[in-house]
Design a protein around this ligand. Structure first.
Ligand code: NAD
Length: 273
């Protein structure tokens, strides 16, 4: 049975379910974040490149939710990779958020052609040691990047945020994460709605009275993943939160596994520069 929070390998915890704010317009972000927190969300997934960190911070304060109750993630963008540039980039994120620390900071993409993710990681280790970032992790890393990172620095990321949805189930990378003690967090978890009509999703929806989106989000939790769907509508935010009162049966999980096609919605992490 999935829990609503997951342990990280540094002793902290992360809510399993959160709000993603990619493509939420800067002007709407404070309203969306405040609404989500009032509905019960306790994790907000931001990034410098989303251009809405100020709104994230404002929304948290507007909601009246104590800062300590909310898990805030940001990410270092590709053009800021490198040791000193990462130190400066995280400082700038904290200023935009108007916070003295974030709960999690990720390297947004490995950008292997730049060859700077080890230096970037060393900067995040320093920021963690200074208390500006509580936990440190990565995003879009493939197995070879993870192994090199840990081989060269000895510090295992707490989490790898990767594209994961019913059409791209990432079983080998999930297995590596499990062996290394890394939480898997799913981005584009709804897969642009391309599996909403699939028979296994529809069958669970009929049995439980839940929507296809709810079935897919629950599937992520059943796999032991953290998941960060995005919605800006009150009804959508509430719908995506209302997934803790049902479960997928073992044969339903097996049928969902059959939807994997290894097809990405987003870019290939090897080529993003
Ligand atoms: P998502 O899978 O959350 O889907 C968002 C889309 O689905 C929106 O169009 C929304 O209106 C719609 N939707 C949301 N709830 C719905 C529901 N209940 N029923 C029907 N439609 C619904 O996709 P996403 O925003 O691409 O990914 C989620 C988050 O992941 C992002 O906001 C961001 O925080 C993160 N992300 C990270 C990376 C990365 O490189 N690390 C890349 C992409 C996204």
């Amino acid at each position: 049975m999935p829990t609503d929070r997951l342990w990280l390998n540094d002793g902290h915890m992360i809510p399993a379910l959160g709000l993603g704010i990619w493509q939420v317009p800067a002007a709407d972000t404070a309203t969306t974040v405040a609404l989500a927190l009032r509905l019960g969300y306790r994790l907000v997934d931001g990034a410098a490149i989303y251009g809405n960190e100020a709104g994230l911070g404002d929304g948290l304060r507007d909601s009246g939710t104590p800062r300590d109750e909310v898990f805030v993630t940001t990410k270092v963008w590709n053009s800021d990779q490198g040791h000193d540039s990462t130190l400066r980039a995280v400082e700038a994120s904290l200023q935009r958020l108007r916070m003295d620390r974030v709960d999690l900071c990720l390297i947004h993409w490995p950008a292997p052609a730049q060859g700077r993710y080890i230096d970037t990681w060393r900067a995040l280790i320093r920021l963690r040691d200074e208390g500006k970032v509580r936990s440190i992790g990565v995003s879009n890393f493939m197995g070879a990047h993870l192994e090199r990172l840990v081989g060269e620095t000895g510090v295992v990321p707490v989490l790898n945020q990767i594209e994961l949805n019913p059409r791209l189930q990432q079983a080998p990378l999930r297995a590596l994460h499990d062996r290394m003690g890394i939480v898997t967090q799913s981005w584009t978890p709804l897969g642009q709605g391309r599996s909403f009509d699939a028979a296994p999703v529809q069958a669970v929806a009929r049995r439980t009275g839940k929507s296809p989106a709810q079935v897919i989000l629950r599937w992520h939790l059943e796999l032991g993943l953290s998941v960060i769907p995005r919605s800006t509508r009150a009804a959508g935010l509430a719908e995506n939160l209302d997934i803790l009162d049902f479960a997928l049966l073992p044969d339903e999980m097996a049928a969902m596994a059959g939807l994997d096609e290894g097809v990405r919605c987003g870019p290939d992490p090897m080529t993003v520069a």
